[in-house]
Design a protein. Structure first.
Length: 313
């Protein structure tokens, strides 16, 4: 396993290198000139020239890329062109918010989706199966913005149990923090749970028809052990892959949900940066997101080995 881990880590280096080139190149295709945006309404030519020189906008693109990568490797993602704050500071402020929200959402999705998929497969063509499939259809079809508004109306306005919007950091008050994020986390986890349920059901149905499952039952192993120990462990491989991808998507920022509940996460940060032509922030956030995706894929490969002993060889 250590050799496999070392090889995968070595493979991350060229992958991140090409990702950084792609991020920097696509950033140059965005319309508009950040120097003009920063210069304000008067757009004094002397000020514009000074801005171009300060942020190296007057240098060739390869030179700009070199200085950007050099700064990233030393922990300097540059400064925001809009508010003149370090990009790394903005990321450090927003990432914990999105990390908490994404973690809660993926936990909710796993707690709902996997058990529903197992029950649906084991109770195939019964009322349990039809109910689980109906739940999956509802979860996939329900728009996040509508569900979020309905939850706010019910639990905030009618019942008064939860705050309608805003965010409280965990370090300040963990109870208030959970109360402010449970509704947006459920909105995000609901759709993922429906997808996980469908994948878990399909994988379980395929595994339950395998010869080794029939052999385990013939040996007199209890049905619970057959399902949870033998069938589920082999059916989890596609579910782990899907979970890692969905978690990466959540960490990149759930823009609409964050806007509805006024959550100051990655989604709002990247949207504001794009509209403001804030190149440094866009590059930093996208690079961090890409790194998270690649790292989660590595963790998914390691999880395969933990749940499926045959892959350890």
């Amino acid at each position: 396993m250590l050799n496999f881990l070392a090889k995968r880590i070595v493979q991350l280096i060229p992958t991140l290198f090409f990702v950084s080139i792609l991020i920097f190149s696509l950033q140059q295709l965005l319309p508009g000139d950040p120097a003009l945006v920063m210069a304000g309404e008067e757009r004094d030519p002397a000020i514009i020239a000074q801005i171009r020189q300060k942020y190296r906008f007057d240098r060739p693109i390869p030179v700009q890329y070199f200085y950007w990568v050099k700064g990233v490797l030393s922990g300097d993602f540059g400064q925001s062109l809009r508010n003149n704050e370090p990009v790394l500071k903005l990321i450090e402020e927003k990432l914990p918010v999105t990390l908490q929200l994404a973690s809660m959402a993926i936990v909710i999705a796993f707690l709902i989706g996997i058990p529903a998929g197992i029950v649906s497969a084991v109770k195939k063509d019964t009322a349990w199966d039809y109910g689980a499939n109906l739940f999956a259809l509802w979860g996939i079809s329900t728009p996040n913005f509508w569900l979020g508004i309905m939850l706010i109306f019910l639990f905030s306005i009618k019942l008064g149990w939860l705050p309608a919007s805003g965010y409280v950091p965990l370090s300040e008050n963990w109870r208030a923090s959970l109360a402010s994020t449970i509704m947006p986390a459920f909105v995000l986890g609901n759709a993922i749970a429906a997808i996980l349920m469908r994948h878990t059901r399909g994988a379980m149905l395929q595994v339950l028809d395998s010869d080794y499952i029939r052999t385990a039952r013939a040996k007199g192993i209890s049905e619970t052990n057959v399902i949870l120990k033998h069938a589920l462990r082999n059916a989890l491989t596609p579910v782990i892959t899907l979970g890692a991808l969905e978690l990466g998507t959540l960490l990149s920022g759930a823009v609409l949900t964050e806007q509805i509940f006024s959550i100051p996460g990655f989604g709002k940060l990247i949207v504001d940066a794009v509209f403001n032509r804030d190149y440094a922030v866009v590059q930093g956030v996208v690079l961090v997101t890409a790194t998270v995706y690649i790292t989660l894929n590595l963790f998914a490969d390691l999880a395969y080995m933990l749940v499926n002993p045959r892959l350890r060889a």
